[in-house]
Design a protein around this ligand. Structure first.
Ligand code: SAH
Ligand code: SF4
Length: 357
């Protein structure tokens, strides 16, 4: 009997290894395959997505014997390897995946929101010279359930519903487009997060912004521009050498046309590199005719990079030039900077820990 159960479990593991990511009807099919009544599918759905159980043995409404049998069934949750809490209450997590690789997730509370900053890859292949993740190189894509798991982890740890999601952690979301779109759908339909409360950030890959537009999601797109000339952009984002600024902006215009959604541009400010007034003028010209918003991100220092954060005066001057050109602009300071843990930094800081485990 034990052996028989094992064979059933093994075949299911091959078919679709993890329960996380399945819809209510798929979960209902699954409980029925296990010889249970259909209503247990709804219970399973609630415990997976709302209560955030890490093991099926925690589902108190299930019969005791079945819970014991299912205790080690793979549901697809990560393990919190390390957590740090900044004075502003931002929590940064290092999460261990099933293959022992580590990713970062951040939970950012504010007065009426709980925002999660999600990773989409282990590492990143784009190689941005100012980014700690870029310095780590690329290891692998995350699967949709591994993206969803990060939201559930933050939700459980804060004991509060996540209201907003930003794809601004490790990795380039459009390089892993299908899994990211699948994760958006699961977050929307199973976890209950509004698509309009989800932002996908990208440096842009040829054809991918257009491809995202075709899914007709209601998410907000944030494009990491960082430079107003092709030459400077390639210097900061090596992958941009395969994608001209003109083509990127043309695809952004197409995105707006297809989706009817606005998009925002992100521009990291690196002292003496891309923060000069003439670049602000040039940026204003590049963005003419766009209904958009520019987020200026003062550089958050990382190891192994020679950049510096500009002075407050420089930031204000850059912002004023954009405003004069009637561009909506705001400055975004990284939250939880005190913990020394911007995108990719937590993992870099804990590399030894990661290697030793
Ligand atoms: N790969 C995507 C999403 C993840 S990076 C992208 O690049 O858009 C998310 C944001 O973090 C980007 O806008 C990037 O510019 C910013 N970022 C990376 N390293 C940073 C640093 N050292 N200081 C400030 N912002 C940084
Ligand atoms: Fe990758 Fe974004 Fe970092 Fe660039 S900034 S290396 S695209 S994660």
């Amino acid at each position: 009997m034990v052996e028989f159960n094992y064979i059933i479990m093994a075949s299911q593991i091959q078919k679709k290894p993890f329960l996380l990511g399945k819809s209510l009807s798929e979960l209902t099919d699954w409980v029925q395959e296990q010889g249970q009544p259909a209503y247990r599918g709804k219970q399973l759905h609630q415990y997976l997505y709302q209560k955030g159980v890490r093991s099926l043995s925690e589902i108190s409404v299930f019969p005791q014997k079945w819970r014991e049998d299912l205790a080690n069934y793979p549901i697809g949750r990560s393990i919190i390897d390390y957590r740090t809490i900044a004075p502003d209450k931002t929590r940064k997590y290092l999460l261990r995946l099933h293959d022992r690789l580590l990713i970062e997730t951040v939970g950012i509370p504010s007065r009426d929101r709980l925002t999660v900053c999600l990773s989409t890859q282990v590492g990143c292949a784009m190689g941005c010279t100012f980014c700690a993740t870029g310095k780590q190189g690329f290891t692998r894509h995350l699967q949709a359930h591994e993206i969803v798991d990060q939201v559930l982890t933050v939700q459980s740890d804060f004991g509060a519903r996540v209201s907003h999601v930003v794809f601004m952690g490790m990795g380039e979301p459009l390089a892993n487009l299908e899994q990211v779109v699948e994760a958006v759908k699961i977050l929307n339909q199973e976890v209950g997060i509004g698509q309009r409360s989800i932002t996908i950030s990208t440096v842009g890959l040829p054809g991918k912004i257009r491809q995202l537009a075709e899914y007709k999601l209601q998410v907000t797109l944030a494009v990491s521009l960082h430079a107003s000339t092709q030459k400077l952009r390639e210097q900061l984002i090596p992958s941009a050498s395969h994608y001209s600024l003109g083509k990127l902006l043309a695809e952004c215009r197409e995105y707006v046309k297809i989706t009817g959604r606005r998009l925002s541009f992100e521009y990291i400010l690196l002292s003496g590199v891309n923060d000069l007034p003439e670049y602000a003028e040039e940026l204003s010209q590049q963005l003419r005719g766009f209904q958009n918003h520019v987020n200026l991100i003062p550089y958050n220092p990382i190891d192994d990079a020679d950049y510096e954060r500009p002075s407050k005066n420089r930031i204000d001057e850059f912002m004023d030039i954009l405003k004069r050109h009637k561009i909506a602009v705001s400055v975004r300071y990284s939250r939880g900077l005190e913990a020394g843990a911007a995108c990719g930094q937590l993992k870099t800081a804990n590399k030894e820990l990661a290697l030793n485990n």
